[in-house]
Design a binder for this molecule. Structure first.
Ligand code: SF4
Length: 387
């Protein structure tokens, strides 16, 4: 039953979000220091480990990706900027950066790793997009998160990036212990003043494995809601399109790579701990550099959480992610799905509308700001209609 819904939804629901094809994700698992809130897998950037990682990355690409055509490439981490220019040149010799299908190539950079030499190389290699991990322009907030850079470093790094023609995203974090609403507002105002093409604003969540949690239970701000509302109001008033719970952009500057993932498209992830949704399977590479390298060298990659990519799974996740996007779900898709539902979808969405959670516009049911805050709860109510 969910299969038919998925067909209806992919045909009708996500056309507005992206028409982007397969993505390629490269995970660079090196971080010189550990941020206090972070529970991601990471290794110190030792030269011999980076060299071995690069050799295995090429092997993994040849094993899994050769012959594929990719419309987006995304280098994430960890800290991709921990790689040297020579490292990036090596990678560029085997990844499909000359593929005519390629539309977007993003590299995540922490401000401390931005250099003119690296930016010149990215420009020559035709990287199109940089995502800078600013997190905050307030030195006290940065210290509370265990970030090693000062705000001035972020501003200098941004100014250097702006000397080239990259589309630029800034990552910012709110709800940090000790952060006031006023200091968050200043972060937003400063970000707007320097004019990035894209902003990702994340509410701090601290995983149990993170240092911040291990040292002492952090005092979280209880007013997340106020942070969200302030953020969304300020960015909307300054011309940023809100297109996903945490993501905002200037017109035409959505992150295609992420949109493809949210629309349950396919992507291949390379490197330790990289997730993939590729060739009808969903899996994650083992989050351990040595185990990952051993597996790759033995031509037997070590994977975790591998599941066949059933249409049922895709349908469920399509609904979950669609409700987190401002484009929402198409009314035509809902009508097509009704045939398979055990409850009246139209009346459920009318209830959502009456509660101020969605609006109907341009043939779509689009979450309002209030609806985005309750996106997961709405998605669960929709899924109940198919049980
Ligand atoms: S937040 Fe990013 S830079 Fe900081 S430790 Fe985690 S992966 Fe590394």
């Amino acid at each position: 039953m969910m299969c038919a819904i998925f067909t209806a939804m992919t045909d009708a629901s996500f056309g507005n979000l992206t028409d982007c094809g397969d993505g390629l994700y490269v995970h660079v698992p090196f971080c010189a220091t550990r941020c206090a809130y972070c529970a991601f897998y990471g290794e110190q950037p030792r030269r011999q480990d980076i060299d071995a990682y690069l050799r295995c990355l090429e092997l993994e690409w040849r094993m899994r990706g050769m012959g594929g055509s990719f419309e987006t490439i995304f280098f994430g981490g960890g800290t991709p900027g921990a790689l040297s220019c020579a490292d990036f040149e090596k990678i560029s010799k085997f990844l499909p950066i000359d593929d005519v299908a390629l539309r977007e190539w993003t590299v995540e950079l922490s401000p401390a790793t931005v250099t003119a030499e690296k930016l010149r190389l990215f420009n020559d290699l035709a990287v199109t997009r940089l995502s800078i991990g600013v997190q905050s322009f307030n030195d006290g907030t940065l210290a509370a998160m265990g970030r090693r850079q000062l705000a001035k470093k972020s501003l200098d790094a941004y100014a250097l990036c702006r000397e080239f023609d990259f589309s630029i995203n800034l990552d910012l974090i709110f709800n940090v212990p000790g952060q006031t609403m006023q200091s968050w507002e200043k972060d937003l105002e400063l970000a707007i003043a320097i004019g990035p093409d894209h902003l990702s604003t994340y509410c701090l969540t601290v995983e149990a494995e993170a240092l911040l949690w291990k040292n002492e239970k952090p005092q979280m701000n209880s007013d997340d809601l106020e942070f969200y509302e302030l953020t969304w109001n300020i960015l909307a008033a300054n011309g940023y399109e809100h297109y996903e719970v945490s993501n905002f952009c200037r017109p035409g500057r959505r992150c295609l790579h992420n949109c493809n993932g949210w629309a349950m498209g396919e992507w291949l992830g390379l490197g330790p701990s990289a997730a993939s949704q590729f060739r009808r399977r969903r899996f994650r590479n083992v989050a351990n550099l040595n185990l990952w390298m051993d597996g790759i060298c033995r031509n037997s990659p070590v994977e975790e959480d591998a599941v066949p990519l059933s249409r049922h799974l895709l349908a469920e996740d399509s609904i979950m992610f669609a409700m987190r996007t401002c484009d929402g779900i198409s009314v035509a898709a809902l009508a097509a799905a009704q045939e398979f539902a055990s409850a009246d979808l139209a009346s459920l969405f009318e209830d959502f509308r009456d509660y101020g959670l969605v609006v109907f516009a341009n043939g779509r049911a689009k979450p309002t700001d209030r609806g985005l805050l309750l996106a997961d709860a709405m998605a669960l109510e929709i899924l109940k209609c198919f049980k």
